[in-house]
Design a protein around this ligand. Structure first.
Ligand code: AMP
Length: 282
């Protein structure tokens, strides 16, 4: 496994593969890797000749300085995991390497980037597009793997890829969960054991809502999910939206679309830690 800290070392590592016509897959991550990331890497290794994993905590997608400062980092542990998974190239650059100059590009993809996370984290998706577009330019992958845990991110990255006419196939991968259902997240490491237990109410409630759907309107399910989670001590819902799986616009009727997803963001504990999750209704 080659570890490249610079764009030039990355290009050197990929040059021979590219000229030999090998397929290249990319898994963009911010490190502090867990089984969720591992599932993306396994798939990338399986489906491509060369699997590149980037490990880069991208400052431009953090709209909260404390969140950026407290983001967990452990490159040595990440490299051990990636080696065991059979990744071929790891790109772990410095901030200066990715942004030798401040990135002044702006990306705007309404309506998918204006709702939910886009509304609550101004600039977040712009930063995601800045870094992902650069990674796509550096690596020139045929395929890029993203987790459905960040459901909206996939829609935004797809919109950007189409907009820039990049020949990259965006491959969504299912959410990996703990045995008790909690979606794996690097941020889970910031939870106390007690908060970690409390957080399981999020997926429990979302799963219960699949039953509620049978007898309730969209609006009633939405309200009931928020009320149930907010009634749990230590949890506070920022939003719960039931949306069309493609446009991410709220639906008002279960028959309105063939693809309906519920997306939630919850603050957990005293720090608090911001957790996101989602569930597919159809
Ligand atoms: P991050 O390091 O949080 O930026 O995540 C890197 C990639 O891993 C993103 O595409 C995430 O959606 C994906 N990912 C994170 N957690 C999970 C999970 N629990 N299951 C599946 N994919 C995940």
């Amino acid at each position: 496994m080659i570890v490249a800290h610079t764009v030039s070392a990355l290009c050197d590592a990929l040059h021979t593969h590219r000229s030999a016509g090998k397929s290249i897959g990319l898994v963009p991550t911010m490190g502090a890797l867990h089984e969720g990331h591992a599932s993306l890497v396994r798939r990338c290794v399986e489906e491509n000749d060369v699997c590149v994993v980037s490990v880069f905590v991208n400052p431009t997608q953090f709209n909260d300085k404390n969140d950026l400062a407290s983001y967990p980092r452990d490159l040595q542990a990440d490299l051990r995991l990636l080696e065991s998974l059979g990744a071929h190239v790891v790109f772990a650059p410095s901030v200066e390497e990715v942004y030798p100059e401040p990135d002044t590009r702006t990306f705007s993809y309404p309506p998918v980037d204006t709702v939910m996370e886009g509304l609550r984290r101004p600039g977040h998706f712009n930063g995601v597009c800045q870094v992902v577009s650069k990674l796509f330019m550096f690596v020139e992958p045929q395929r890029a793997y993203f987790g459905e845990k960040d459901y909206q991110q996939i829609a935004v990255v797809r919109a950007m890829t189409t907009d820039l006419s990049l020949p990259v196939e965006i491959i969504p991968c299912p959410i990996v969960r703990e045995a008790d259902g909690l979606a794996l997240s690097s941020r889970n490491a910031l939870l106390t054991p007690e908060e970690r237990t409390t957080a399981t109410a999020i997926i429990r409630t979302l799963r219960d809502s699949l039953e509620w759907k049978k007898a309730m309107s969209v609006e009633a399910v939405q309200r009931h999910v928020i009320e149930t989670i907010d009634a749990t001590e230590g949890l506070r819902t920022e939003y719960y939206e039931i949306v069309d799986g493609d446009t991410l616009q709220p639906v008002s009727d279960w028959n309105e679309s063939n693809s309906i997803v519920g997306c939630i963001t919850v603050y957990c504990g005293s720090r608090p830690v911001r957790l996101i999750d989602n569930i597919r209704y159809k």
